[in-house]
Design a binder for this molecule. Structure first.
Ligand SMILES: NC(=O)c1ccc[n+]([C@@H]2O[C@H](COP(=O)([O-])OP(=O)(O)OC[C@H]3O[C@@H](n4cnc5c(N)ncnc54)[C@H](O)[C@@H]3O)[C@@H](O)[C@H]2O)c1
Length: 437
């Protein structure tokens, strides 16, 4: 029996107000809590924690943008560079109304850890602009993207800090940003930004990299737990770049995707959803639920029956308020920071495995790194080679984090922090910036 049905009164995404949940805890405080735990496990000194708890550099900018109605609107933007001991910093740029300085700082820290556990020669960075892109025209978005690059141009560059897409930014936005940077520097520098369109030096497999990485991670979990993927029931929160492709790959593999959601709500059907049909109805902002009746909230979706819950939208959606009501066996974190530390502890106690974001969603930065390598070489790889190398890196990182979890008797989240911090701390120590002990 279908539990969801098409609405006869289809509303546009703009006509409905966002009802999705928002981060309930401060992500930067979350970052610091697990960082402290991991620093103590490694037996490092207090100065390691003091150095790594905040980004090394943080820039706040105000970007004036001439809107289509002739008036100027000022947008606030940020760029955080967490640590560059291992190489240039790397991290996406998010366009979202809920962006905050603390969120950008935490996301930059998580990028450092992600690069650490996957062995990439980078530190972490992140950018964000407070805006509602769904209510802006393409011309306004182009002016905002170019304005952001002008505002942060001193700080970024192919050997300094390399941006990429994140929530509500895409390859077109990367193309405008690249063009603006090339104008400022007066030379062609495709390695300045990743997630570009193919014709501008993008990589095969970049658009699907994060979702493929989450899929490879889920395959590792299914092998580890002896539970075949086929027939598994999965809920995916978020139906954009990551959630949309992931739902499609899972559907292709015979997994029952029983729930999906977007910023306006969620649909759930225990019999499984028709993912190709939903994808064909989705708009460019990952919105599809506006076309359906019996839409439930994102909060309600998370508590529905399934084997695997995959948050792939915003942070802070699994907290102490709802962790004891989750009915899944595993959580695979595709979004950044979807589960709070205390909620992970509650899930641990209930035997629900949480595969951490900095491992599960690292496919994006791994293929971004491949894109940057290709730009530096001027030699381009096939999609098969990209995906083979991505799979290798995800497998190695997963096993590494799992071994660390077993070695210290800790959960995978803390183990991922331990592995990530070890790399950044060692490099910072060798450069003479901090004393590890
Ligand atoms: N794209 C990447 O390569 C990449 C890499 C690593 C991590 N991530 C993380 O994955 C998550 C999703 O990124 P994306 O690139 O798919 O973004 P996207 O903009 O393509 O899609 C976001 C999806 O989330 C939905 N959404 C927005 N606000 C919501 C809310 N409050 N509640 C529920 N749903 C909401 C949107 O409707 C859309 O379906 C983010 O946390 C991002 O940081 C993305």
């Amino acid at each position: 029996m279908r539990c969801y049905k098409l609405s006869t009164n289809v509303q546009t995404a703009e006509a409905k107000k966002t009802t999705g949940q928002h981060p309930k805890d401060n992500p930067q405080e979350e970052f610091k809590l697990i960082l402290k735990e991991a620093v103590d496990i490694l037996g490092y000194s207090e100065e390691v924690y003091d150095f790594l708890k905040e980004p090394m550099r943080f820039l706040e900018v105000n970007i004036p943008v001439k809107m289509d109605n002739g008036q100027t609107q000022v947008f606030k933007g940020y760029r955080a560079q967490h640590n560059d001991a291992n190489g240039p910093t790397k991290g996406g740029i998010r366009f979202h109304p809920d962006v905050t300085a603390d969120e950008v700082k935490a996301l930059a820290g998580w990028m450092s850890l992600k690069c650490g556990i996957t062995g990439l020669p980078y530190g972490g960075a992140k950018g964000g602009i407070i805006c509602e892109p769904r209510s802006m025209s393409m011309n306004e978005l182009e002016r905002l993207s170019r304005g952001y690059v002008r505002a942060v141009s001193q700080l970024v560059g192919p050997t300094k800090d390399i941006p990429a897409p994140d929530m509500y930014t895409n390859s077109q936005i990367m193309a405008w940003m690249l063009d603006e940077y090339d104008h400022i520097r007066e030379f062609d520098s495709p390695g300045f930004i990743t997630g570009k369109p193919l014709v501008l030096g993008g990589s095969e497999g970049r658009e699907t990299a994060t979702s493929k990485g989450v899929l490879y991670t889920l395959q590792m979990v299914s092998e580890l737990k002896g539970m075949p993927l086929e027939g598994m029931k999965v809920i995916v929160q978020g139906f954009g770049n990551v959630g949309g492709y992931l739902a499609y790959y899972l559907h292709e593999l015979g997994v029952k995707v029983v729930g999906i959601s977007d910023a306006l709500g969620a649909i759930y059907d225990p019999e499984g959803l028709n993912i190709p049909d939903l994808l064909s109805r989705r708009d460019s902002y990952g919105i599809v639920t506006a076309q359906f009746e019996n839409v439930i909230t994102n909060e309600a979706l998370i508590e529905q029956e399934c084997d695997v819950l995959i948050p792939a939208a915003v942070g802070g959606v699994i907290t102490t308020e709802n962790a004891d009501r989750l009915k899944c066996k595993f959580v695979v974190e595709a979004a950044n920071g979807p589960t709070t530390r205390d909620a992970i502890q509650m899930l641990d106690e209930r035997g629900v495995l949480v595969v951490p974001d900095i491992l599960a969603n690292s496919g994006g930065v791994i293929v971004s790194y491949f894109e940057w390598c290709q730009n530096n070489q001027g030699y381009y790889w096939t999609k098969e080679l990209v995906e083979e190398r991505l799979k290798e890196k995800i497998h190695a990182s997963f096993l590494n984090v799992q071994n660390t979890a077993e070695q210290f008797g800790i959960n995978m989240k803390t183990a991922a922090y331990v592995e990530g911090i070890r790399k950044i701390a060692e490099a910072s120590g060798l450069r003479g910036w901090i004393n590890l002990n």
